[in-house]
Design a protein around this ligand. Sequence first.
Ligand SMILES: Cc1cc2nc3c(=O)[nH]c(=O)nc-3n(C[C@H](O)[C@H](O)[C@H](O)COP(=O)(O)OP(=O)(O)OC[C@H]3O[C@@H](n4cnc5c(N)ncnc54)[C@H](O)[C@@H]3O)c2cc1C
Length: 548
Amino acid sequence: MAPRTHIAVLGGGISGLSTAWYLARTAPSNVKITLIEGTKRTGGWLHSDRVADPQHPNGKGSILLERGPRSLRPQGISGLNTLEMVRELGLDSKIEPVSKSSPAAKNRYIYSHKTLHKLPSSIMGALTHPLLAAKIPRAGLDLVKGGSGQEDESIQDFITRRFGKGFSDDLISAMVHGIYAGDISKLSVRSTFGMLYHMEKDYGSIVLGMLMGGGAVETPWDLTLKEKIVKEMPDLQEFVGKTSIYSFTDGLEELSRSLEKDLVKGGRVDIHKDSIVEKLDANLDSRDVRISIKGQEPVHANAVISALPPLKLQKLLSKPYPELTHNPSVTVAVVNLVYSAEQARLASPGFGYLIPRSENSAVNHRGLLGVVFDSCAIPEQDKGESQGKTLKLTAMIGGHMFNEALSQIASGSGSGASTLDLELSGSHKEDVSDFFAKTAMDAVKKHLKIDAAPELVKVHIHHDCIPQYLVGHLQRMQTLDQSLRKDFDGLLAVTGAGYLGVSVNDCIKNAREVAEAVVSKLEEEDDGEAQLVGRQDAITGLERSWFL
Ligand SMILES: Cc1cc2nc3c(=O)[nH]c(=O)nc-3n(C[C@H](O)[C@H](O)[C@H](O)COP(=O)(O)OP(=O)(O)OC[C@H]3O[C@@H](n4cnc5c(N)ncnc54)[C@H](O)[C@@H]3O)c2cc1C
């Protein structure tokens, strides 16, 4: 018998793969599931390369390089949820944990005033910290200030109001460079640091909120999920307790590769790669969505879950949704540098360092966001004779300063081309790669005092890779929730980094929530067949926005 209901998932990044995986585990067997990905590979930004070690041309060593995300945090409900997925995929034995007692967990730095400053790990540490001590008296006002009553504001306004400008410029801007590659004067505090927003709202003070252990943003669904995982896999808590971050032996892409492999093995999901979706036409009467695919026959589905970036989704729809196009995404240049450990040594081992905004404007105009000390965190990812013999660093450059950084080449070349044109035009591609490679090497020389030349340099420029949740983001997601419900009545739901969380963990948990919610709307007909029925409470994937 032909399946009555067909659910299509658009986009094969970690969000789309996870959505398809959770659908396959929960939907009745007569529901057809299709995953449609535009490129020849799944995984999206998860991209790990195992490369030959130039120091060991005999092939007895290899190095693992990450182009995109490199580690996961096990903490929180979303961390626990990913660990459950990892276990069910049989990936436990491939986990490479970073213990909480290791230097990579304990030492995170900020580069400021020509020095690497270790970030404090305790309140006493903060009180005596050379970067922070002078700012503490002003920050003490947090205890007596009360809340602002605002629905949302920029991270900069929020932190400056509570702790003073020094804290926001010198400390928080660096942290935001590390997570969003973004500008604290533009990003929404409520959507990026929801915990701080809720501490102020609930306790009138961040310090008090922290002392009271408040601010956690957990929906009823989150709490049920946590209870279920803790009950079924109690030992995961022990791993969470002792682990700072983790990855896998062959890098983070091992997760998306395993998901794809599991989907293929399970035989429940048709995976269409190299299939660029060009248009969606929803017919509410026949409860059908026509999915037009470049150069191929259209696919028809009874529900679509889009795990595409919001701007890409808007291009498929005939009606404009301003909430899909309001936020920009930033472009980041990722530069992997591999040195011989004999010639290059870290004086201050740790996770890496970030550059605050104050430093960028004063000293560094080339858009450096920070440098990760990869081989210090997880040396086990390098194999054979390479293990322990290389110093592997990754510089992240650009983000909200990408155009500013590129203008260095534009002004140097005298071409008069706009910065983005310059980057995109083929003739300047090498200039651009060289520029980012040089920026990374100069930073390592200047900040880490490493004079040796790297054995290997790889530059990857990721266009529009990290969505920027601008002030008012959550309210816009609520508006979008209402519009999608009204216009599509359950025929279109959304998930992915563009909406309610950019971390890999958030992408996976949000994918689970939308997949399970869509399945919960399947109704049994008299003949025992499952069918999706439109309703006022149709699923959009954005229900969570009302709780945050
Ligand atoms: C440099 C970098 C470092 C990061 N570091 C970390 C980290 O250490 N830890 C962490 O937790 N997070 C990190 N992140 C964030 C995290 O990796 C991303 O937010 C997450 O991978 C996004 O996944 P996604 O599936 O939502 O989107 P994407 O990965 O963008 O997937 C979308 C998919 O849709 C496909 N697609 C697009 N248009 C179409 C179309 N028309 N038809 C069909 N398919 C289409 C794309 O090809 C892609 O495969 C990092 C991100 C970057 C860029």
